[in-house]
Design a protein around this ligand. Structure first.
Ligand SMILES: Cc1cc2nc3c(=O)[nH]c(=O)nc-3n(C[C@H](O)[C@H](O)[C@H](O)COP(=O)(O)OP(=O)(O)OC[C@H]3O[C@@H](n4cnc5c(N)ncnc54)[C@H](O)[C@@H]3O)c2cc1C
Length: 388
């Protein structure tokens, strides 16, 4: 697997602090040297993640890297974004693993948990000794998650949980599931530990996309949860939605990694592929496609960097994240599709990356708010009207 250089057409490296560049380059080398040699084998097996890398991912400080305390790296949000970019350059499944652990599981414990919950879970999760999953989506409620049917009823001093969650990344790998459920007081979050009677997490098989990632269902049948396992400061849909803003922020960067991987691969390929007496790269139609790719990557980088600086300054609004997630995933998917096209028949086999990134990006376009859902969030922001 060739090394990865990344694209920096507008000299944005000059805008990055030394710690941000070091963090990015360290993860770049990890992905090239330790992840890429394993990915093909895991993609060929449906729903398999290289769990042997978890201690290294933790050692590199990639779990909850922008959180402070509890063994977390406490990096800037720009550094965190660059890490997500590098991970997704490897595979969206690798970035998903880190996003779910950090943004969807450690973040809610950090933001909404009790001191006991933070002390118990966060150091273990930062060290990769405990894996988490985030259960919001249900078979009948994805974009409209507030319609969820999973319900927790008070019982004695605790709760009894019933319902089904679906499409849950790392569900069967997780030691703890953050589960969002209706209660008599509205939506609340619960920490459900693996092995709790009545809780099962079978895997979903047959995926074309994110094959290097485990996706599961979560079944809860009369699962007894102690009150200590409720997130005390999470009230209503604000709880899960604030986690999604964190994860969507990382995706806005991550998608650029997938786009750059496809771009770099196809530039190299078209330089050496001969068609009709000359290299494919020398054809006008090819150059138009490559020029469009680099332009869209560069615009996406400017958006991501500005977003990160605003997040570091405490000025981020969730609609800004919607714009960046929507745009950057969309352009990454178009770049992956065009790269696959330029690779011709070679583009359909796993010796090349474009098609793997392309099918992964179909999921990334759907999860964490679909492309359409972010369109509607922006539409409401512009007009003040919630479209139905
Ligand atoms: C591999 C994978 C991993 C995932 N991991 C997780 C996870 O870890 N945790 C978790 O909780 N969830 C996870 N998800 C679920 C994901 O977040 C949902 O799939 C997503 O929210 C979309 O929901 P849905 O699939 O039910 O589609 P739907 O909501 O049914 O949407 C179907 C279509 O309708 C459109 N649509 C929806 N609402 C409107 C509207 N109001 N107006 C116009 N069009 C609309 C959508 O844009 C889409 O095109 C994962 C999904 C996948 C595929």
């Amino acid at each position: 697997m060739a090394d990865f250089h990344g694209s920096d057409f507008m000299l944005l490296d000059e805008e990055l602090a030394d710690e941000e560049l070091i963090a990015r380059d360290t993860v770049r080398a990890f992905v090239s040297n330790e992840f890429m040699p394993l990915i093909q084998e895991h993609i060929r097996k449906d729903g398999s993640f290289p769990m042997e890398l978890v201690p290294r991912i933790a050692e590199l400080g990639l779990f909850g890297a922008n959180l402070h305390g509890y063994g977390c790296a406490g990096l800037s949000n720009v550094a965190y974004g660059l890490l997500m970019q590098e991970l997704e350059r490897g595979d969206s499944g690798l970035r998903s693993f880190a996003s779910v652990q950090g943004s969807l599981c450690m973040y809610p414990i950090h933001a909404f948990g009790s001191d006991a919950q933070k002390d118990h879970w966060l150091p273990k999760m930062a060290a990769g000794e405990a894996i988490g999953c985030f259960g919001l989506t249900e078979p009948d409620f994805g974009s409209y998650a507030q319609g969820m049917r999973t319900r927790a009823e008070r019982s004695g001093g605790g709760w009894v949980l019933n319902g089904t969650k679906r499409w849950i990344t790392n569900g069967s790998l997780a030691h703890v599931a953050i589960v969002w459920a209706q209660t008599e007081d509205g939506v609340r979050g619960f920490l459900v530990e693996r092995g709790t009677p009545g809780f099962e997490a079978p895997d979903i098989k047959g995926k074309f996309s994110l094959r290097g990632s485990v996706t599961s269902e979560l079944y809860f049948k009369d699962v007894e949860i102690p009150e200590e396992n409720r997130l005390p400061k999470a009230e209503g849909m604000k709880g899960p939605l604030s986690c999604l803003t964190q994860a969507r922020y990382g995706i806005a960067w991550g998608a650029l990694g997938a786009a750059m991987a496809c771009f770099e691969e196809v530039v190299e390929y078209t330089r050496t592929r001969e068609v009709q007496g000359g290299p494919l790269a020398g054809k006008q139609l090819t150059q138009q496609k490559l020029a469009d790719m680099l332009t869209e990557i560069t615009k996406g980088q400017l958006l991501a960097l500005r977003l990160g600086r605003l997040k570091d300054a405490g000025k981020l609004h969730h609609t800004m994240v919607s714009m960046a997630k929507r745009n950057n995933v969309d352009i990454a998917l178009q770049i992956a599709r065009n790269a696959r096209d330029l690779l011709g028949a070679n583009g359909i086999v796993d010796d090349y990356q474009a098609m793997r990134h392309m099918v992964n990006l179909e999921t990334v376009r759907t999860y964490e708010g679909t492309h359409d859902v972010h369109t509607l969030i922006l539409g409401e922001h512009i007009t003040g009207m919630r479209a139905l």
